[in-house]
Design a protein. Structure first.
Ligand SMILES: Nc1ncnc2c1ncn2[C@@H]1O[C@H](COP(=O)(O)OP(=O)(O)OP(=O)(O)O)[C@@H](O)[C@H]1O
Ligand SMILES: [Mg+2]
Length: 1045
């Protein structure tokens, strides 16, 4: 609210539109009041008036930048930052190219204002490495251009001596991309001449003060300014200005912009050459022909110049002292007089410097230019030399003031005339405001048919003697009655005596005051000619930069066409500039100079009043007051604000005007604030627009959130769909891939198996054809041969076929061991089989008996080995031969198994009695030898067991079953000489008869059953046993001892 209060402050309103009463005095008073309060900025609507404080104020801090960043123009204290912010936002948000027109007298603060605007835009635009670099380059172009293009004048210690228009280019986000600088007519006459109290261009002083000893030596310069003719040989320190520090800052700036060290050196070399040219002294002499001629008075300086630029001294000397003239198709070298020589020298110096300055601007442009193809928005900042009125005003002042006149015209056109015309065009009720239109002055100067510049050109091109007198006469004739033109002649004609108007002058009533111009030098400066010999000499130099500045010096490209005049060039470049400015949205900063003495905070009312008048500020306020702050075509207006109305958002079906009416009605904006033109809507106060803009911003935030929401939703949805699709594709591919791999694996395996099987089959089929099978075959063959030899050898050396023979040849090789053993056993079994096959039945029976005996007795009874040698005869009695045994023979019949003589032991006494024993297949018969009659007959089934001793005796106890008749008398105790045979045969007979063998006990103790009970028989080995057989001794009733060997 403080700012708004400040705008409404009745004593010193911030916006002069609110001034009441509105008079010149009140306006001046207000400005003064504000100035005294250090409020140097004041508005007229959106035009900023800036009064130079000539002291630094604490109102350009980063905090102030923040305060004005995105502020509303009318909501904060008037400030240059506010207009910069307004322009920048309009460029960024509304896509409108901007231009900032800074006007005012020399020293009013234009250059400072342009720098403040640039630094503000740089501070608020976005940051980033690339953007910062661009910003730095743009900002650093100022110190460089100021060093070469600014100078101290009477009016301003840092006066711009060239016009500068800088287009800063931005991308769609409002980030600076780069820029283009255009320069307008450098005041180059300053190089060779300047009035006392002024200085040449800063760079010379900076170079001499700040250049290191080494650099100065390299450039062949002396540190003392007084040494140089062009510097007026006077001390030139400026109070409060440190030339040396500025030189360093300038060098740093060049580095930042991107100048290479070589480029900087070349630039300084050319600068040094300009300075040194001023010291080239000429002296007069006479040629042999008697013609006056000039020559170099002292060649030191010339030699140094030539060393610096790589040129032959004589070439430059000749170019400076003579001139080639074309006379009847012949080139003739004519000598120059001393003044002509100096003229040529100075022209060269001016040309070198002004071309160097153009080169400098182009070089900076190369660094800051934006790459083609990018879409850009442009903010142009115009800082041109201010309106100047000197004691002696020449061609330069005429040009400078013409330019200012044009700028004033733009201002008038756009803010006063255009605005009023627009109200009428749009059918808005309007009371016209009177104002001064300076078109008439512009026309006086620039009219292509009869303007001053056209006349000057005509005079320059006219053949014959040309001088300023004829030019002035022409002007006097042409503009004899012109309201804004006067000269001594026109005054005389009007019978007015004006001592302030000297003869060689004309006066123009500019919008900003009357300026008297001295025509001396107009033609020369307008022609801006340089002797061709000089440009050719420069082109001949080896110094690349210098050479490049004089392309016309190339003898190949000699052109007889005169170059366009300086006035013509300037006029056309100003026309281009105007066109450019008209295409952009203008923002005005009108600088006012408060005093002539550059004194801090001194306000000279008369001086300011004059500026208020010529700047047309009062008219400006009037038009502004009566008019509307804002206007826009219905279409764009509706497009911009339609989101504020429920009926107009999102689409309005009707006409644009209707839409705007509906919208503003809905927004309840007071009717007096609005005017509906034919094509545009007009809004009276900025506050209403501010309110609209605020509401729009709030609404935009809401809509942006909505769009973000929808967009995020949509993005997630599409992302999800994409992921889903991708997932399906991936899994399909993956499955396919896995299956393919599996299939490949299977195929590979199948192929391997196939290959092996086929290989195996083929190898098998072709094995014999291959060497690889040879070893196996050989081994097999050898093996077979060995086996064959072994077998054949065996056959030949078969061991005896006797079954008893156990001999068998050992295997000749270890691998045949198993087979040999097997053969041995087969052979053995075969021998036995053969043996068995040739046996007779008797012999077989005998052997079976022997076998049976061995099973029964082997290793069990000592008698057995002795029996081995005995043949089992069976029939020891000779029953068949001996008739005595006829009866017994009859008993035995054909079933006889054995017939032998045994002894029977009496169990009661232990004595033995002989008996005959017959064993048939069915029974056992005992008979008395003498009677040869069966005494006892036992069925074989009655015998249930037998007992024998371990020893080699013939004792046998036959255990009989009690139940049987034969067994009634108890067991039989027999002694036989053929015990082994007897028991064996008995066993066999029992097997045959009862299918069960004899239960044989081989024991030392057994009991026998007797008629009077059992008798325990104990076998005792004793020496006392008789050689005939065992001796049985009865020991009591129940015991019997049998002594055996
Ligand atoms: N805003 C300001 N604050 C402090 N001093 C200022 C301000 N504006 C200008 N000055 C002072 O005024 C001097 C002249 O200003 P500046 O060079 O901008 O004038 P100009 O209008 O560009 O003049 P010319 O037309 O001669 O180039 C500056 O050197 C500076 O000392
Ligand atoms: Mg300036």
């Amino acid at each position: 609210m403080e700012a708004t209060n400040s705008l409404l402050d009745t004593a010193a309103v911030g916006d002069l539109v609110l001034l009441d009463p509105l008079t010149e005095e009140s306006l001046l008073r207000t400005l003064q009041e504000r100035f005294q309060r250090s409020d140097i900025y004041t508005y007229i609507g959106n035009v900023v008036i800036s009064v130079n404080p000539y002291r630094s104020l604490p109102i350009y801090t980063p905090e102030t930048v923040q305060e004005y960043h995105n502020c509303n123009f009318f909501a904060v204290k008037p400030h240059i930052y506010a207009i910069a912010d307004d322009a920048y936002r309009s460029l960024r948000d509304r896509d409108r190219d901007q231009c900032i027109l800074i006007t005012g007298e020399s020293g009013a603060g234009k250059t400072e204002a342009s720098k403040l605007v640039m630094s503000y835009v740089a501070a608020v635009s976005s940051k980033g490495e690339e953007v910062d670099k661009v910003k730095e380059q743009l900002l650093q172009s100022n110190p460089v251009l100021e060093a070469f293009g600014n100078a101290k004048t009477i009016r301003n210690d840092n006066s711009s001596r060239f016009g500068k228009y800088m287009d800063v280019e931005f991308d769609f986000k409002g980030e600076p991309l780069g820029g283009v600088i255009s320069n307008y007519l450098l005041e180059k006459s300053r190089i060779v001449r300047h009035v006392k109290g002024e200085r040449n261009f800063h760079i010379f002083y900076q170079l001499l003060a700040g250049g290191s000893a080494q650099l100065l030596q390299q450039l062949k310069l002396r540190q003392d300014c007084r040494h140089y003719g062009y510097l007026n040989r006077e001390r030139s320190n400026l109070p409060g200005v440190d030339d040396a520090a500025n030189f360093r800052a300038m060098q740093d700036a060049m580095r930042v912009i991107g100048f290479s060290p070589e480029e900087v050196t070349a630039l300084l070399e050319v600068t040094a050459v300009v300075l040194k040219l001023g010291n080239v002294e000429l002296s007069s002499g006479y040629q042999a022909s008697g013609m006056e001629a000039c020559s170099i008075a002292e060649s030191q300086e010339l030699r140094e110049i030539c060393e610096l630029i790589g040129l032959d001294t004589s070439t430059l000397e000749q170019a400076l002292c003579s001139r080639t003239v074309k006379a009847r198709d012949e080139m003739v070298l004519t000598t120059l007089t001393v003044p002509q020589g100096y003229y040529g020298r100075d022209a060269l110096a001016k040309n070198i410097y002004s071309r160097l300055f153009d080169w400098l601007v182009n070089r900076i442009n190369t660094s800051i230019q934006v790459k083609p193809g990018k879409q850009r928005k442009v903010m142009g900042v115009l800082d041109i030399y201010g309106f100047e009125i000197f004691q002696d005003n020449g061609f330069e002042q005429f040009i400078i003031n013409y330019c200012n006149e044009k700028l004033q015209q733009i201002f008038i056109l756009m803010t006063l005339k255009e605005e009023q015309e627009e109200y009428i065009r749009e059918g808005i009720r309007w009371t016209p405001v009177e104002f001064f239109d300076n078109s008439i002055i512009c026309n006086l100067i620039e009219n292509s048919k009869g303007g001053i510049l056209a006349m000057l050109d005509e005079e320059c091109l006219r053949p014959g003697v040309v001088n300023e007198d004829t030019f002035l006469t022409k002007l006097n004739q042409l503009f004899a009655t012109h309201k804004h033109y006067e000269s001594r002649e026109t005054q005389n004609a009007r019978h007015v005596m004006d001592a302030s108007l000297p003869p060689q002058c004309f006066r123009i009533h500019h919008y900003a005051g009357k300026v008297t111009y001295n025509v001396t030098g107009f033609i020369e400066k307008n022609n801006d000619l340089l002797f061709r010999d000089l440009s050719q000499a420069m082109w001949a130099a080896r110094h690349t930069l210098l050479r490049s500045l004089f392309p016309e010096g190339d003898p190949q490209k000699v052109s007889l066409k005169l170059p366009p005049t300086a006035g013509f060039q300037f006029k056309s470049s100003v026309a281009t500039l105007m066109k450019n400015l008209y295409s952009k949205n203008p923002n005005y900063i009108r600088c006012i100079k408060p005093n002539e003495t550059k004194t801090a905070m001194l306000f000279t009312p008369e001086l300011v009043l004059a500026q208020i008048r010529y700047l047309g500020l009062l008219e400006n306020v009037r038009v502004r007051r009566a008019g509307y702050a804002f206007r826009q075509l219905y279409g764009p207006f509706l497009e911009r604000y339609k989101m504020l109305g429920t009926r107009t958002w999102p689409r309005w079906a009707g006409g644009n005007r209707d839409g705007v009416e509906v919208l503003l009605e809905e927004l309840a904006i007071p009717a007096e604030e609005l005017a509906f033109g034919h094509t545009k809507i007009f809004i009276r106060s900025p506050c209403t627009l501010f309110d609209l803009e605020k509401r729009r911003q709030e609404r935009v935030v809401q809509l942006a959130t909505l769009i973000q929401k929808m967009f995020r939703g949509w993005r997630c949805w599409t992302q999800y769909q994409l992921m889903r699709k991708s997932q399906i594709v991936i899994s399909a591919w993956f499955r396919g891939h896995a299956q393919k791999n599996r299939y490949k694996q299977m195929k590979r395996s199948a192929l391997i198996i196939q290959a092996y099987a086929r290989g195996w089959k083929v190898r098998r089929a072709y094995r014999r054809f291959f060497r690889s099978g040879a070893s196996a075959r050989l081994a097999n063959f050898i093996y077979r041969r060995l086996v064959q030899r072994f077998l054949v050898g065996l056959e030949r050396n078969l061991p005896p076929l006797s079954v008893m023979d156990q001999t068998w040849p050992p295997a000749p090789y270890k691998f045949l061991d198993d087979a040999n053993q097997e053969l041995r056993s087969i052979f053995c079994r075969w021998k036995c089989k053969k043996y068995r096959e040739q046996l007779t039945p008797q012999r077989r029976a005998l052997l079976q008996a022997k076998l049976c005996a061995s099973e029964l007795f082997k290793d069990k009874k000592a008698l057995y080995p002795k029996s081995l040698a005995q043949p089992f005869c069976g029939e020891y009695l000779g029953l068949a031969q001996n008739p005595k045994y006829q009866k017994l023979h009859a008993v035995a019949k054909d079933n006889l198994v054995m017939a032998d003589a045994v002894r029977k032991v009496n169990k009661a006494s232990g004595k033995t009695v002989p008996r005959l024993l017959l064993l048939t297949t069915e029974r056992l018969v005992l008979a008395e030898p003498r009677a040869a009659q069966p005494k006892a007959t036992l069925s074989l089934g009655d015998i249930h067991g037998a007992s024998v001793t371990r020893f080699s005796d013939g004792l046998l106890a036959l255990h009989l079953r009690e139940s049987t008749t034969g067994g009634a008398k108890g067991d039989l105790l027999l002694v036989s000489d053929h015990l082994i045979e007897l028991v064996t045969r008995l066993h066999q007979a029992l097997l045959g008869a009862t299918a069960r063998g004899l239960a044989l006990h081989i024991t030392d103790r057994f009991s026998t059953r007797g008629p009077k009970g059992d008798v325990d028989v104990t076998v005792v080995e004793s020496e006392r046993a008789g050689s005939e057989g065992p001796v049985c001794k009865k020991r009591g009733n129940r015991r019997m001892e049998v002594l055996v060997h």
